[in-house]
Design a protein around this ligand. Structure first.
Ligand code: GDG
Length: 735
């Protein structure tokens, strides 16, 4: 592997120009910390925007800036104010941010924002392409850069590209309202690995990929023509030791050494030892539910007036995206709310809310965490929410209560916190009371679990797990083990074919020799296919079998007068040299009467699905249904059938968009092995695309050449990409 390239909207360096001079400070944010293990030494480069527009940078400082960035392993993408307005304040924060946080009413669909987003993404991609080699690992971060993976993959198909989304991925119903939804998905699919904070975001993304792009998804793999993309969840952690040690250090400081804020907090605690401090810290963003929280606090004080003068809410709202109109309105709303509530409820000794609208230095953040009895975080939607994790990490004596919204990604990992629905004021008022009165032992017991987990799954572990998964994805380990048929392998197979004395070929039909058709009856063979099969069939010393799950009537109509050998219904019937079909396996079909009504009820409840009745099996096809719904029903049917069947005589086969119930002793593997025993073959070849073909791949001897069509997990030795490649391969045999 080559070097590592990290790309994010902002570089992890703070630049400031004052009095014509430049200062550059490495930033200490979560991402920068987490990437430390990935971004170090000479083998790594971080590409991003410096935070200064082209207009901000005097030309005489340009070289100095590049040098300062290079010293921190960084390289900048130069952007103009116009580009920042359209790309960052526009499409990123007026379209994607609200949409992905389910604020449809704030989402603006502006063509000109989209155009600028595309062109700025191209700028980032170009900056990468300029620096990247073929064997580099590229990790792209977040919603501002969703088109970059595809733009890079186009030009550097061999590069290894990972993408991580730090915000939620919304459900299909929300995502599909985006006018440029396909382009965004395709942009992301340039990656080899796509990571989300939670399984829900992953699930929503896969559902959109299936429904909007019609791609095949199996578990968490997306199958493209020539590669597999892995999608997985990697819940981001924090630098646990940094927060924990800072808290230890701060509590060890005596008297004058303490920060001014800490001294004030100490005084306050001394004056009112029974008063509980509740803290909330967020960027001033509508997704964080700050206004709702203030309203819920008022509700709590009215419901439990005995806590007036006994609790205080500290709100730290960090200024954010102040150029976006919605954020200006929010600022005004919160100013007014805090003013009104403090005005109405304050007493001479007590102000219910302390409100800070600013960013505080790290030490003060620690002071707030360590001095507060309760942290109350109520996002309406939040990708993860690191503040929740940081609060727990700073509780060095294990006391403290975390009240956390279920809508935060972190809630999935922090079950021991008090989880609330931010829209439920009644529940929040009761939860606040519970937190205030929670015994210390209970607080400690809960936090012990939380701390252990946070310590283990730190941000460094997060970054390393993502990188390891990306590397193994690219090396093909873990996804599929079959080898792609390269020109060299093809030459080797053909030469084996040519020198063989007796050849046996098993060719699956649907999805192998011909593509899928909405109506299976319409997937009849075309002239090119007949010519190809004729040529193979007439070769000397060659026994060709078409082997399929289809019924014998259809295959008789299509192929009987061609005299090809055929095995149908997975091995129930066989026809050789143009003779009528005869039974290959004796099977009993009494079970059909019982199973039929079950399948019919599934047809009634699943629009687009239908039953195919074969002589010795019943197949329920769901290829024309809504993909997610169809899969869901198939799982349901599988459960129903397995509980119904309960004996070994019949089994359920889960094929490509079809579930087939048939007698157990029949499958393509058994049938092909029987044919193999009939003569002394020295070249055995089997090709097929779905699960039912796996029986052949497994049961034929080791030296057989087995080929899977498509990139799915398989027991076959080789794979090819699609029907046209299959035909090309078979044509080689006839030359
Ligand atoms: C996005 C997603 C996801 C806050 N105030 C101050 C300050 N902070 C630090 C906190 C924390 C960070 O800012 C905020 O992180 P969050 O995770 O809570 O939220 P977002 O900024 O919205 O981040 C979010 C995250 O990406 C990571 O993937 O969790 O869901 O929205 O680290 O400590 N730091 C200092 N002074 C402050 O006043 N020094």
């Amino acid at each position: 592997m080559g070097k590592t390239i990290i790309i994010s909207n902002r570089l992890p360096v703070q630049l400031q120009i004052s009095d014509g001079g430049l200062s550059a400070q490495p930033s200490v944010g979560g991402l920068a910390t987490g990437m430390k293990s990935v971004h170090h030494g000479g083998e790594s480069l971080w590409i991003g925007w410096s935070g200064l527009t082209k207009e901000d940078i005097p030309s005489e400082l340009e070289g100095e800036i590049d040098k300062a960035l290079a010293e921190n392993g960084c390289s900048k993408v130069g952007l103009t104010q116009h580009e920042i307005d359209g790309f960052y304040f526009g499409f990123s924060n007026r379209t994607i941010w609200p949409l992905f946080h389910y604020f449809l009413e704030y989402t603006e669909f502006e063509l000109k924002f989209w155009e600028i987003y595309k062109s700025v993404n191209q700028k980032f991609a170009d900056a990468i392409l300029e620096k990247a080699d073929d064997n580099d690992i590229i990790w792209v971060h977040d919603y501002q850069l969703m088109l970059v993976p595809q733009m890079v993959k186009e030009k550097r198909p061999n590069a290894t590209i990972g993408f991580f989304l730090h915000i939620p991925f919304p459900s299909y119903e929300i995502f599909r309202t985006l006018p440029w939804r396909e382009e965004v998905l395709e942009g992301l699919l340039g990656s080899d690995l796509i990571g989300f904070h939670t399984y829900d975001y992953e699930r929503h993304f896969l559902s959109s990929v299936r429904r909007l792009l019609g791609l095949d998804v199996s578990f968490n793999d997306i199958y493209l023509e020539n590669r597999v993309i892995k999608v997985d969840s990697f819940p981001m952690g924090i630098d646990y030791d940094k927060f924990h040690n800072a808290a230890l250090k701060s509590s060890a400081l005596k008297g004058k050494e303490r920060t001014d804020l800490q001294k004030k907090l100490d005084n306050h605690k001394k004056a009112a030892p029974d008063t509980k401090l509740i803290v909330s810290i967020d960027r001033l963003d509508y997704s964080k539910g700050i206004a709702k929280r203030i309203n819920a606090f008022e509700y709590f004080l009215n419901k439990y007036p005995e806590y007036k003068e006994k609790v205080r809410l500290i709100i730290l709202a960090v200024p954010s995206r102040a150029n976006v109109p919605q954020y200006k309105l929010l600022k005004r709303e919160i100013d007014e709310l805090v003013g009104r509530i403090n005005g109405e409820l304050s007493t001479v000794n007590w102000t219910p809310i302390w409100y800070f609208y600013r960013s505080l230095p790290f030490e003060n953040l620690i002071d707030l965490y360590t001095s507060s009895d309760i942290a109350w975080l109520t996002p309406l939607r939040d990708g993860m929410n690191l503040v929740a994790k940081e609060y727990i990490a700073t509780r060095t004596d294990k006391t403290g209560v975390l009240i956390l919204s279920e809508m935060a990604g972190s809630a999935y990992e922090m079950n021991e916190a008090l989880l609330i629905n931010p829209n439920n004021f009644e529940q929040q008022a009761d939860t606040l009371k519970r937190a205030i009165t929670m015994p210390k032992e209970e607080q400690m017991a809960r936090n012990m679990f939380l701390q252990n987990r946070l310590r283990r799954y730190s941000v460094e572990v997060w970054a390393n797990e993502f990188m390891d998964s990306l590397k193994s994805q690219k090396q093909g380990t873990g996804t599929y083990v079959s080898q792609k048929i390269s020109p060299e392998i093809l030459e080797w197979i053909t030469s084996k074919y040519n020198t063989a004395k007796k050849r046996l070929l098993f060719l699956d039909y649907d999805g192998t020799l011909t593509g899928f058709h909405k109506d299976p009856q319409k997937a009849s063979p075309d002239d090119e296919l007949y010519q190809l099969l004729d040529a193979l069939h007439h070769q000397e010393n060659t026994t060709l079998f078409l082997i399929s799950g289809r019924d014998k009537e259809t295959f008789s109509r299509w192929f009987l007068d061609k005299k090809y050998n055929m095995i149908v219904e997975h091995g129930v019937w066989i026809s050789k040299d143009g003779k009528e079909f005869r039974l290959l396996e004796k099977v009993k079909g009494e079970w059909m009467e019982k199973i039929m009504p079950v399948l019919e009820s599934f047809v009634d409840r699943t629009p687009g699905s239908f039953i195919e009745e074969k002589n010795y099996s019943l197949a329920w096809h769901y290829r024309n249904t809504d993909p997610d719904f169809g899969e869901k029903r198939a799982t349901e049917l599988n459960t129903v059938l397995t509980s119904l069947i309960g004996n070994d005589d019949i089994s359920v086969l889960n094929g490509n968009k079809v579930m087939e119930v048939k007698s157990s002793n029949v499958n393509k593997g058994r049938a092909s092995v029987r044919m193999l025993g009939e003569d002394d073959y020295d070249f055995v070849f089997a090709i097929g695309d779905d699960w039912t073909d796996e029986f052949m791949f497994q049961e034929l001897p080791q030296n057989a050449i087995t080929v899977k069509v498509g990139l799915k997990k398989t027991h076959a030795r080789y794979h090819v990409e699609g029907v046209s490649k299959v035909r090309g391969l078979l044509k080689e045999f006839t030359n």
